[in-house]
Ligand binder design. Sequence first.
Ligand code: NDP
Length: 333
Amino acid sequence: MRWGLIGASTIAAEHVIGALRAAGQEVAALHSGDPTRARDYAATHAIPAVHDRLDDLLADPMLAAVYISSTNEKHRDQALAAIAAGKHVLCEKPLAMTVAEAAAMVRAAESAGLVFATNHHLRCSGSHRAVRDLIRAGRIGRVLSLRLFHAVHLPPHLQGWRINDPSAGGGVIPDITVHDADVARFLLGEDPVSVVAQMGTSGLGQGVEDSAMSVWTMPSGAMILAHESFTHPFAGSGLEVHGDKGSIFARGVMTQQPVGEVDLVTAAGREVVAYASHNLYVQAITDFLAAVQGKGQPAATGWDGVASLAVALAVRQAAETGTRQHVDYGRAA
Ligand code: NDP
C-alpha cells in the first residue's frame, strides 16, 4: 500500500517510516507546513514526493492511507480532510484536543467505511500482551490494583512544544498519561470510571505540567495508580498488576523498544515470563493492514484513542479543580 506522511516529525523519522517499510509499505509522499524542512526531511528519508498543501497530497489517488504525526492540535483537521479524501488513517495520540473532536474523527471514518487507528504502541509490545494474557488466564486471580510507573526524562531534542505550548497540545498528560490510560484499558479490559489527580512542574514545563500523579477507579473496583513525568532521568519505567492470587512485575516496559523483564509471583514462587520481542510499530502497522483487508481491528482503534484521551483530560481536569472527575467518554465507553 502507498502511504502519505502528514507531519515531518521525529516519531516518523525514528520509528514509523522504518516500520512502514519493514511491513512492506511504500512511503510515497510527505506533507509538512515548512517547505524547506520538508524537502530536507524527504531527501534524508528517501520520500519521493513533497506537497506543501495537504490537499495536493490527499488528491493523489495512489495513496491508500496516511500517517498523521503533526503536533496535536492539527490532528483533527488533517484527519477529517484525509477521511474526506477516502484515505485510511493511522493517527498519533492524543487524537485531538477534546473528546468531542476525537469522536468526530472516528465517526467520520466509520461513515466513510475507512480504517482509523490510534498509534498506541505499548499495547503492541510482546511484554504488554504477555501481561494481558496472564491476567486473562486468571494467573493472578481477581485484579485488585495496577501501578503504572511512567516518569521518564524527555530527551533534549523533544523539549519543544511538549514543554511550552499548550495550544499545540503540550504537557505530560496529553503526552504520556494518554498512553497509560490505554495500557490500563488494554490490560484490564475495562474503562476508568473516575479519577483524582495532582499535577505540577518540576523543571521543564513552562505553562504546561511536566509531572502528574493520579488514582483511577475501575468498574470492577480495581484501583490504578499512575505517575507520569518528563523530568525523572533515573526512575525507570514499569508496571505492577496485583491480584488476590498473584502479582505481575514488569520492569522497563513503558518504552518504544521491545525490552524489559516480566515476572509472575504466586504461591508457587517467582517465574520469569517469556514474551515476543517484535518491533512495536511494525506490529501496529501489521494489525492496521489486516484491518484494511477486513481481517480484524487495528491494535488500537479510533475509539480506543477517544477513550485514552477522555481519561487523560479527566486527569487534567481533576488536577486543575482538585476534585474527583467522572470520565466522559462520549460514545467511546
Ligand atoms: P515533532 O516535534 O518532532 O514533530 C511534530 C511537528 O513539529 C512536525 O509535524 C513538524 O511540523 C514540526 N517539526 C518537527 N521538527 C521540527 C523542527 N526541527 N523545526 C520546526 N518544526 C518541526 O514531534 P514528535 O514526533 O515527537 O510527535 C509528533 C506526534 O506524535 C505527536 O502527536 C506525539 O504525541 C506523537 N508521538 C507518539 C509516539 C508514539 O510512540 N505513539 C511517540 C512520540 C510522539 P509539520 O507538520 O509542519 O511538518
